[in-house]
Write a protein that binds this ligand. Sequence first.
Ligand code: HEC
Length: 148
Amino acid sequence: MRGSDVNHGISFLFATIFVIRVLFGSAAQADESPHNNYMIHCQGCHLPDGAGKPPDVPSFPGQLAEFLRIDGGRAYLVQVPGTANAMLDDQAVAELLNWMVERFNDRPLPADFIPYTAPEVARYRSKILADPGARRASLLAGLSAQRQ
Ligand code: HEC
């Protein structure tokens, strides 16, 4: 084999690797972004702006992050079936929730808010709620009592 053929072969190999990385590398990265995961896994029910379809699918804006202010609320956001059963790993769920509580909030997050982590999601996720509606109602009652 002549030297120039070898060079061409190597250039072709690098070009191919480059194309594969552009095609698949960036697609994989985009798929992992919280916004993308929201679009793929959640917005079918919750809608792009999080408005949902009350009373069946709750509305997120101005409401979602309120759960962080009450005992059990932080766990609830993970344990609700839509989150807990999502086809996403714990890290992706943590990033998704951290993104959602910012995205659908109209006032600053509680000053003591600590972002969700994968181990925390794993812990809550093992206990999916049997009756999310009842848990939601009791958390909301607790929140309104707190405000009085
Ligand atoms: C098939 C429709 C559907 C999909 C898809 C869905 N959800 Fe939900 N979600 C609901 C319903 C219905 C509720 C109300 C509680 C319940 O009955 O489960 C809810 C409630 C929630 C809540 C609690 C909000 C509140 O105000 O009580 C969170 C957080 C949530 N979903 C997150 C997600 C996330 C994250 C995804 C995507 C990974 C997702 N959901 C996908 C239907 C859905």
